[in-house]
Design a binder for this molecule. Structure first.
Ligand code: SF4
Ligand code: MG
Length: 328
């Protein structure tokens, strides 16, 4: 396994108490595989990714336990210097907001090129040539000319391609993309997703795709891990999950009516609100919103039950859910 997160806990000290953002997340991704991590905002999917990358703000964040195994080495036990080296060359992250992730006063050519001068000791001229190659590979038209442009001179979709080019530059083993297309319109979203999928395939990388939108990942993901209140509640191969979810929350996401928000993006809404991470409901954190909830759900935290060799569900009544008795 390329990356294995085991029983990860992350909490934040806030003025109103301790927020349990990640409560025992376990997931893994293999080389050449795409794992989609799906959840509403505040479900802990980004915080988990930041802990994997080693870019959490510590404090206020605190790793409460668990392991992040990268090719078998627990990253949480490494010194910051060692982590920085891995982060630079072997894992890369793509963020939702490329404009704030890029340096506004450097040309994109200099930003991509810097990776080669710093990490590979290349001359500026060679680094510039590599930058043009990469921009070509992510299909930025007229790359040889555009390499001299600044981030604000690119459209949102093209800026996201610049981010992808930077992530690919050092040929990492793992890319984590956190809502990489959320800020883009629907057609550009599809193009960027297709590009990521194609590059992942061509380079044999592992890809973790974080999203709140089931529709975006259906065609590109191999597996889906659904997060709720800082835990994985269901994990399954993408087609199995679509065919028959084994957790009422996943079923809710699939059944809920797509709505357009003010930017024309599709949102799927499950009735009720996600819980406050400072005061999670006892038992199954989903019980206040769950159509299948009964007494045991209010007291006993469901473990991640093995549904099959490739599937798991954190629901006491996953069998009923699989049978389609979750009631929408
Ligand atoms: Fe619903 Fe109970 Fe399953 Fe939680 S454990 S998802 S409350 S049925
Ligand atoms: Mg997020």
């Amino acid at each position: 396994m390329l990356l294995e997160v085991r029983d990860l806990h992350v909490e934040f000290r806030t003025r109103d108490g301790i927020a349990h953002a990640v409560n025992g997340v376990t997931y893994g991704v293999d080389a050449g595989e795409t794992l989609a991590v799906l959840g509403e905002s505040g479900s802990g999917k980004s915080v988990t990714a930041q802990a994997v990358m080693g870019i959490l703000d510590i404090p206020p964040a605190r790793i409460g336990g668990g392991q992040v195994l990268f090719r078998g080495t627990d990253l949480l036990t490494l010194k910051e210097e060692q982590r920085r080296r891995i982060r630079g060359a072997r894992m890369a992250m793509i963020f939702q907001d490329a404009l704030s992730a890029l340096n506004p006063v450097l040309t994109v050519g200099d930003q991509i090129g810097e990776l080669f001068t710093v990490h590979r000791g290349m001359s500026r001229k060679d680094a510039r040539a590599r930058a043009v190659e990469l921009m070509d590979r992510v299909r930025i038209p007229a790359a040889a000319r555009r390499v001299r442009d600044y981030p604000h001179q690119f459209s949102g979709g093209m800026r996201q391609r610049v981010m992808i080019a930077m992530a690919l530059a050092l040929e990492p083993d793992l890319i984590i993309a956190d809502e990489p297309t959320t800020a883009l319109d629907v057609t550009v979203q599809a193009q960027v997703m297709d590009l990521l999928a194609e590059l992942r395939h061509a380079h044999g990388m592992g890809l973790i795709l974080i999203t709140h939108d089931l529709g975006v990942v259906a065609d590109v993901a191999d597996r889906i891990a659904v997060m709720y209140a800082g835990r994985i509640v269901e994990s399954a191969p993408v087609h199995d999950l679509y065919r028959a979810p084994a957790h009422p929350y996943t079923r809710g996401l699939l059944d809920s009516v797509p709505r357009l928000d003010h930017k024309g993006r599709q949102l799927r809404v499950v009735r009720g609100l996600p819980p406050n991470p400072r005061s999670l409901p006892p038992g199954c954190a989903f019980h206040p919103r769950c159509p299948l909830a009964r007494e045991v759900c209010r007291t006993d935290v469901p473990p991640l039950y093995e549904v099959s060799e490739t599937r798991a569900s954190a629901c006491h009544f996953w069998r009923e859910c699989l049978d389609g008795r979750a009631g929408a």
